[in-house]
Design a protein around this ligand. Sequence first.
Ligand code: RNT
Ligand code: ZN
Length: 417
Amino acid sequence: MKESLVKQAYEVARQRYAEIGVDTEQVLKQLQDFHLSLHCWQADDVHGFEVQAGSMSGGIQSTGDFPGAARNIDELRSDILKAKSLIPGNHRLNLHEIYGDFKGKVVDRDEVTVEYFQSWIDWAKDNNTKLDFNSSSFSHPKSGSLTLANPDKGIRDFWIEHTKRCRDIANEMGKAQDDPCIMNLWVHDGCKDVSVNHALYRNTLKASLDEIFAKPQPMMKDCIEGKVFGIGLESFTVGSHDFYTAYAAQNDKIVTIDTGHYHPTESPADKVSALLPFVKELMLHVSRPIRWDSDHVTIMDDPTQELFFEIVRAGALDRVHYGLDFFDGSINRIGAYVIGSRSAQKCMLRALLEPVQTISRLELEGEGYKVLALIEEQKAMPWQAVYDEFCVRNGVPVGADFIADIDRYVAEVTSKR
Ligand code: RNT
Ligand code: ZN
């Protein structure tokens, strides 16, 4: 794409937006300050680097066997850097515990320490990237259908120990980067079939969380993620949305909204303004559910756009952490990162370009049709010219030009794996 064309289009867009009271230069600054947390697990279909790794369990699934997945820590780092080089702005990296640098050693989940993440901390520093973290309760012989909610004290304590250690690691990451590390806690605990012990499991999970969170960890923040169901755990989920919402409100925790974790007609976007009066912050797992929590690559679909509109309209930009969570093994995985990240950014950009004060005033004055008119008109405003300009200023390919870069990387790197 010719840079001079991008500049011309941006100049027109800048004037069009100025006419409706929107300062695109200001918006470009806000977009520069918008940091996604790239999930490391799209690079290798949620496999991780445990020496003893078994098959995937815990109700999630990555489908497809597109060639070129990262097979080790060096390949994963290289792929992440490639993806980052094609995404404008600077973004965080979200690690799962199973992605530690175990250096050929069998390190069980209740033995993990920051030692196995030191090379990540160094890598992050060298690459001007901040880290976020996740405990990993799936894909392990002790995962079963119940971990932190397990009435068996031995198994429960194993996972409590794991999660406590993960909080220690996250806190060390936070200290090293002088910025709190956001640690997400998701456990798949649930029942495949009818059960009469729902209350027992939920009380057990609550007690486990209380124990896990007892230790103050000033340089990390806890978020808790519920869901509707997992594969093989269809009848009951211990950590449902209601469970974690109540827990977070009572215990000052961050609620994670994974856009694939609700009933098909339920709106994740609607949860933003419903939760923010009660919890200080939210974490997002932006994904794309197709019929179920299938974790397809994020695109600019209506639910994603609506989610970002709701955050900006609520004035909550700095109360949200922006994680991604998709894992499609059927397409080029670097392409998946680039498409998903750029789509999330475009949704944020469109939300930032909305003349929300004008529309809000009209709504309060009872001018319903004008509200509708302005919102409809926004859809065809030249926001894309602003995004192209953002890419140029960040020195990354404009439009679909990133495809050629990925093709080159396939030829030179991933096709040789
Ligand atoms: C699973 C949750 C969870 C995982 C990752 C790997 O349904 O969304 O966030 O996708 O932690
Ligand atoms: Zn998630």
